[in-house]
Design a protein around this ligand. Sequence first.
Ligand SMILES: [Fe+2]
Length: 450
Amino acid sequence: MIFVKISTIVFILFLSFIGFIEAERSYLSPNRKPHWKTDDPNRGPFFGQPEQVHLSYGGDPSKQIITWVTFDDTVDSVVEYGIGKLDLTVRGNASLFVDGGAGKTARLIHRAIITNIEPGRRYFYRVGSEYGWSNIFTFVGLQERLNGGYRFAVYGDMGNINARSLGKIQRLAQDGDFDMILHVGDLAYNLDTSDGTYGDVFMRQIEPAAAYVPYMTVVGNHEYNYNFSHYVNRYTMPDSDHNLFYSFDIGPAHFIGFSTEFYFWTNYGWDQIKNQWNWLIKDLEKASKNRENVPWIVTMGHRPMYCSDFDGDDCTKYESIIRLGLPITHAYGLEKLFYKYGVDLELWAHEHTYERFYPVYNRTVYNGTASDPYRNPPAPVHVVTGNIAFWNPKLKFLQDTTEDSFWLIKDEHKPYDRNDLKQLKKHGYQVPFDYRHPDDTHYNHRSSKL
Ligand SMILES: [Fe+2]
């Protein structure tokens, strides 16, 4: 887990082949008649109690999206909220999500948005309907911290088992130690396991953090079942109906969440790679034009381009698909794209390790003057921040602590240019094609050309 604080400088503690299959939500009509509704006024839903309450950022600090689950149709989706007392009400909508497992478990996913939130004010809220209400939760309207910027808890690969960071995340979220959680893929292990009950347990255990600060998510490989439908349905990212790729601005930073999984789960359709690619270009263009107001660009994807462990994953290969694109054609390679638009920081997970890299591009590692490699670097900085989960990573760099801190300082935010390339070549070290650590038993993976 790392904590990221962004101000004018950044301080870091811490496809079937046939066509396109779209994962989607199934929204219910507000005028629907639930299955239990009869002329008998004593009839109600079987399981109307709300649970798995969590916040997500609504795209600007004045908006919080609230998402929760019931196991039957409660017709109404209500949030009662306010400062000091619950004197305001907002109504949302509901979608029906039927799990792809044998049990075909139905979940009603409720969503509502609180708007006009005043910065720095503490709000209280509860969610539900006349058939059941949640506990009262609280959040503080987002605003820059007194010493500048926002703080983020950033991690991936945390589920129900051996969630070593969970207690800390819950406590710090409730204490206001950070403003937002960024969970960079692999949730619950898996959200869909046992007809989705693993996902329910996970969302209940993340509630003591996620009901207090916005909980922003990225899709990982463990969300792959049923075309990522649990991921699409259980969460609500801003201006997106699927959560698979989206972006938002907060303070001086533009965050982009995207799917590395489209490149690997092509049984759900190749088109998803292209759709996302086109969206990324559009979004990066827009963000580039707005750098005067929002200078930092930060990406979040699950499977990294670079890593130092030996498990044979994509990042251990010279021709990483995420880095260089599809085999042979090299189409849709993300390293060049992010370089072209001057992405400052790239956040990853999946490897169940923590690694902070020197600025790197095209396998050329820049340590600059050695004393200050993160000041105006000529390439993006990558951080892999995965939880241990229940795997023992094949590492040769085990450490007692994974706490890390560094400053990334930039005088200017812009696409990297020729001068940057010159700097990179001059002060960088090109990791050769046949590089091999003596303990790497997956050598063939690392050097194989796909
Ligand atoms: Fe993963």
